[in-house]
Design a protein around this ligand. Sequence first.
Ligand code: AMP
Ligand code: TRP
Length: 332
Amino acid sequence: MNRIFSGIQPTGNLHLGNYLGAIRNWVKLQKDYDCIFCVVDLHAITLPQDPAQLKAATREVTAAYIASGIDPEACILFNQSTVSGHAELAWILGCLTPLGWLNRMTQFKEKAGKQREEAGLGLYAYPALMAADILLYKGTHVPVGEDQKQHLELARDLAGAFNRRYGVEFFPLPEPQIFGAATRVMSLRDGTKKMSKSDASDQSRINLTDGPEAIAQKVKRAKTDPGNLPEDLKGLEGRPEAENLLGIYAALTDKTMEQAVAEFAGQQFSAFKPRLADVAVSVMGPIGTEMKRLMADPGYVDGILRRGAERANAIAAPHLREVFDIVGFLRP
Ligand code: AMP
Ligand code: TRP
């Protein structure tokens, strides 16, 4: 059986990168797979979070899933902390994780920064929790952006380490599903930096809750270079802003990069940007409107999460019982 598991941290400011690099792909997958989409609040507290904002952002991510077209009946939507098995399995997997593997994780190095001694144990153990998320459901496929590939390889290695240590064929080795166009959406202010929730400049990203005027204005002000748009793909070399904007256009219109380049070959940015703005408004506008409607009805969103938690737990609990038995925990 094929089962998809993926998640997003409730840390605020969901943006076009989260949509094109993650959520949009999940919408397409729900027809063919049994899908579980999580709001990973346990992961969020690996860095300090304001408690009230954490709750609000948990509803915001859930609203984004639904507004983007994820069907909460067909898929399971829930927040991580409501299924205690995630933390329990993370402990067991953590006991099988060599420090050498964790020391290679580039995201830890980035997030810990220079104050390595101050970084928390949770931030360090983050990949073991992520492996537990997937393996708790025996997930087989994991759609994520490029940046999560290394964590996924660690999850595969941990599944193998568990099976070998106990001489079982219990966990499947999860496969990453990294998608083609626009898996890395870059900042609108700097084509060499990833579009990010944590960028101090709101102009650097299109938030999922931005209205049509804000979207159009951000596209209009997006950084460009002095040239015209290139005639072919090779012409994009060394032009990160042109590449990013054409990549966003291609992704939003479901075209290839070749088609997008051909469409605007030799034209000025001033001709291209209004087209990009129209496309961005027509795809992102309705999602933002629906998100705001859902966020104004927290009772509905909470109901989806509550039901999701029950369904998730119904899959997780028997797996965890088996894990406890394999590991040798007595159930007196
Ligand atoms: P994060 O915002 O880091 O919690 O990421 C949530 C999901 O969105 C992950 O699957 C990321 O790979 C994806 N993602 C985040 N930022 C971008 C970006 N700028 N471009 C493409 N995908 C992204
Ligand atoms: N670490 C992922 C991110 O920051 C979020 C995440 C947590 C996740 N658990 C997961 C993604 C399990 C896929 C599967 O984007």
